[in-house]
Design a protein around this ligand. Sequence first.
Ligand code: PEP
Length: 254
Amino acid sequence: MSPVRSAFVAGNWKMNGALAGNVALLEKLRAGLPEREALEVAVFPPFPYLDQIARLLSGSTIGLGAQDVSRHAVGAYTGEVSAGMLREFGCRYALAGHSERRRFHLESDQLVAEKFGAAQAVGMTPILCLGETLEERQADATLDVVFRQLDAALALHGVAAFAHAVLAYEPVWAIGTGLSASPEAAQAVHRALRQRVAKDDLAVAADLRIVYGGSVKADNAAALFAQPDIDGTLVGGAALDADAFLAICRAVNG
Ligand code: PEP
């Protein structure tokens, strides 16, 4: 973790949650969150719970994020939720291109780049998710894939847009499988992503937070965070367990 970039720990609940359970989870998180300088924590519940969670987070430093966002601002797009609506419900962040959206909803790099821009247009911080499948990794195509995914957003919005964004490197084969990338393998990809952005703008690249996601738990978090280009994590499964999520937050800065 870099001493200049603040760490970001994001909890993606995926399609999990229930009114009563959310209250219990948030109470524990609020009570147990470590007071660390330069630590930013956010939760990403399913859309129907955003209002409830926003109220439960009132007065807390924990931020609220959306798991997805429409590329459209308004109109006849049944089932879609716009960035403006999410902002009204207190979202500071939106994921763009989580691998489950790319895989199950066939989201293209271009669509993901448009979602990234839609979130930013209303003042939210987009978290651009990137990552290769197992087949792509075995074919030694990891960097080709993540660069292609990154370049779609760079081409559409320019490097300046990355001054207000987060990258999440999430190898698909590591998500929900218990098989995390090794700290060294993740660091190599993070470094390459930063260098890619640095080709366009050194200062933006130096300040850009690149978080790792994929089976992060309390017992592997510290080793990942010790890497110079890993600035935090996007957590899935462990975000549903307050103790596990808090232990990951505590692993920031040792
Ligand atoms: C995720 O959903 O983005 C994720 C990283 O999941 P998990 O932590 O369960 O691998």
